[in-house]
Write a protein that binds this ligand. Structure first.
Ligand SMILES: Cc1cc2nc3c(=O)[nH]c(=O)nc-3n(C[C@H](O)[C@H](O)[C@H](O)COP(=O)(O)OP(=O)(O)OC[C@H]3O[C@@H](n4cnc5c(N)ncnc54)[C@H](O)[C@@H]3O)c2cc1C
Length: 320
């Protein structure tokens, strides 16, 4: 048996044995537009996975992973989706920050931040987008300055997924006054639980709030909490984006197939969840949330331009 099939078999067996008892009720919870569902219980599930070595499997063994290959990780994510296991809560730390730290962080940063991500003890959010900086991310205006051995951060981020549940945020901030565009930015790791950070939920079409506005008003973080050199943040931020549509998304096809089959068999339709701000059935919620898939991690238009320019080698977009 190949190592991919071995891992697939092991994952299938483990999920079958462990998505039982108190965890059985979590099957299918937390999907698109349902990020608010059973959050504490899903976190407990994630910690259970961690205790059995099923978080961060693509990380190197020395940082607590299994060193799983891309094909092995895809097999795991497919099995996870086939088991209808709950949507993960720690994916921003595991899939975005973790690989970025492993590639670009100092040993000190890796030793401090990787173990609690792996154990699902610290959750992360991504502080990139601002009211006037989305597709045009180089327009970020949040600024930070080093004073007395600490960074002081001021500015506003928006659309920050799971900021309300996160202990830490990786923030793209302008640290060289007067710098423009991609220059003079830094990639800072900022604790959320402090007086200088305010999180305001944004109510979405679905009636729930997966993302937030985040205001930094004199927020502090340690001088050493910068990934890459100060001023080199653009390169690091782009490295993170390279992971955002990574292997974990490849299990989604299993979910899409399940949705298609349910659509063809109306008797399988579920009903709306009670206790939500207003009731939507599963199809309504999925339909409303599906618009988000065309926007986050770079909108479809931006992704198509990247494919055209970088993969197909077509002439570059005219930029102002
Ligand atoms: C569900 C969800 C979760 C998100 N979570 C996070 C998060 O955790 N952290 C975070 O930092 N951000 C997050 N975002 C924000 C997301 O990255 C931005 O919404 C996205 O980059 C688009 O930016 P914008 O909303 O400012 O739209 P704009 O950049 O203003 O774009 C508006 C429209 O113009 C089009 N457009 C813009 N520029 C071009 C161009 N050059 N060529 C062609 N078309 C163009 C876009 O495609 C889009 O249709 C999230 C978004 C969603 C929907």
């Amino acid at each position: 048996m190949s190592s991919v099939e071995e891992l697939r078999t092991e994952a299938r067996g483990w999920l079958r044995a462990h998505l039982t008892g108190e965890f059985a009720a979590l099957k299918g919870r937390g999907g698109p537009g349902r990020e608010h569902e059973a959050f504490a219980e899903r976190l407990a599930w994630e910690r259970h996975m961690a205790a059995h070595g099923w978080t961060c499997i693509g990380w190197p063994v020395e940082y607590g992973g299994r060193g799983a290959s891309t094909a092995e990780q895809i097999a795991f994510h497919e099995e996870y989706a086939l088991a209808n296991a709950p949507t993960r809560v720690g994916h921003i730390g595991e899939q975005l920050l973790g690989p970025t730290l492993i590639a670009h962080g100092t040993e000190e940063l890796k030793r401090r931040f990787l173990p609690p991500i792996r154990a699902a003890r610290e959750l992360w959010c991504q502080g990139y987008s601002e009211p006037d900086a989305g597709s045009d991310l180089a327009a970020v205006r949040t600024r930070a300055a080093l004073r007395d051995g600490q960074w002081t951060v001021n500015g506003q981020k928006t659309w920050t997924s799971l900021a309300h549940a996160s202990q830490w945020c990786f923030v793209l901030a302008r640290t060289e006054p007067g710098s423009r565009r991609h220059q003079g930015l830094s990639y800072l790791l900022v604790p959320m639980d402090q007086p200088g950070v305010e999180v305001r939920p944004i109510v979405q079409l679905t009636g729930t709030s997966e993302f937030n506005e985040v205001f930094f008003d004199g927020a502090r973080t340690d001088a050493a909490h910068v990934v890459g050199a100060p001023g080199d943040g653009w390169r690091i931020a782009i490295a993170t984006l390279g992971h955002e549509r990574g292997v974990s998304t490849l299990g989604q096809q299993v979910g899409f197939r399940r949705e298609l089959e349910a659509l063809a068999a109306p008797s399988l339709l579920a009903t709306g969840a009670h206790g939500d701000p207003y009731e939507l059935d599963d199809w309504q919620r999925l339909f409303l949330f599906s618009r988000a898939d065309t926007i986050y991690a770079g909108s479809d238009e931006i992704q198509r331009t990247l494919i055209a320019e970088r993969i197909l080698g077509l002439p570059k977009e005219v930029r102002a």
